[in-house]
Design a protein around this ligand. Structure first.
Ligand SMILES: Cc1cc2nc3c(=O)[nH]c(=O)nc-3n(C[C@H](O)[C@H](O)[C@H](O)COP(=O)(O)OP(=O)(O)OC[C@H]3O[C@@H](n4cnc5c(N)ncnc54)[C@H](O)[C@@H]3O)c2cc1C
Length: 251
């Protein structure tokens, strides 16, 4: 439960507050305000000016507190990322939830985190030595890696093709399995699967699309849970990966 609320005006003030034990950054608060089992203080990030979207050449720099809806409405956003954001949360939630908050609170069923991981998003982290960290390196140990620190911006490339496919009980439900495939002009091809576990899984990152199908099948090898068997997910993963590749080749 939240025991104290701080709203600093500068990044330095925020980091000073976050350096104390039991203090956590507050983005949109949609996840954090539900955490009632432990007591903690929050540092609201809304006055830090981290809500900017800057297109710099082939890259988009997304401020940590940009809402999912503002990102969705950004003109140059890949259509497949828009679809993944729409599936992530309904409109009211998208208007409150922030990009950094959504990534840090994600589980394996997050369509947004799946697409951002396929884009090989990189997070700028403030507090101590400033670090630029790949989302894939951050997610597995996010609690420890971010203690006393703050994501300030998230960077994604725009000069590539991205496809996103999913299966779910209903079109608006969270995915039982989703696939995001990114292909760079160099041919680099990166496949990420979501739908189970604590965070999405990188199935392959190669210099081209060779080996896509076995990579999709293998990545879902231990993907058993109450929603689906790994056998089912292995088969569907291949189908979704092929659909993504077809979309990219035809675009
Ligand atoms: C009614 C309801 C329905 C929901 N349904 C779903 C759902 O279907 N699927 C789903 O995945 N989620 C769901 N959620 C969870 C939630 O909406 C998302 O996880 C949300 O995107 C979190 O974003 P936020 O900005 O509100 O994060 P917050 O709640 O503010 O924070 C989430 C976590 O991120 C950390 N954090 C925030 N900003 C930063 C930063 N800049 N640097 C470092 N750490 C940071 C916080 O300390 C906290 O640990 C639901 C929530 C509600 C209230």
């Amino acid at each position: 439960m939240i025991t104290e609320y701080h709203r600093p005006h500068t990044l330095e003030e925020a980091l000073k507050l976050l350096a104390r034990p039991g203090v956590r950054p507050l983005g949109g608060g949609t996840w954090l305000t539900q955490q009632r089992q432990i007591d903690f203080e929050v540092v609201d990030l809304q006055r830090l000016g981290l809500n900017r979207l800057d297109k710099m050449g082939n890259k988009l720099e997304i401020g940590a507190t940009v809402t999912l809806q503002s990102l969705l409405e950004f003109d140059a956003l890949p259509k497949a990322l828009q679809s993944a954001i729409k599936l992530e949360a309904p409109l009211n939630l998208r208007n409150a939830a922030t990009v950094a908050g959504a990534l840090i609170a994600c589980d394996g069923r997050s369509s947004f985190a799946t697409a951002m991981l396929a884009l090989d998003a990189r997070c700028s982290i403030a507090g101590g030595e400033p670090v630029l960290m790949h989302l894939g390196d951050l997610l597995p140990l996010r609690e420890e890696q971010l203690r006393g620190k703050l994501i300030t911006t998230i960077e994604i490339p725009l000069n590539l093709k991205l496809a996103f496919e999913y299966v779910a009980r209903t079109p608006a439900d969270r995915p039982i399995l989703c696939a995001a495939l990114a292909q760079w002009p160099s041919g680099r091809t990166r496949l990420v699967l979501g739908g189970w576990g604590n965070s999405p899984t990188v199935a392959m990152d190669g210099s081209d699309a060779t080996g896509l199908e076995p990579a999709a099948r293998n990545a879902a090898y231990n993907a058993d849970d109450e929603w689906a068997s790994s056998e089912y997910r292995r088969q569907v993963a291949v189908t979704l990966a092929k659909r993504c590749l077809k979309t990219i080749r035809e675009s």
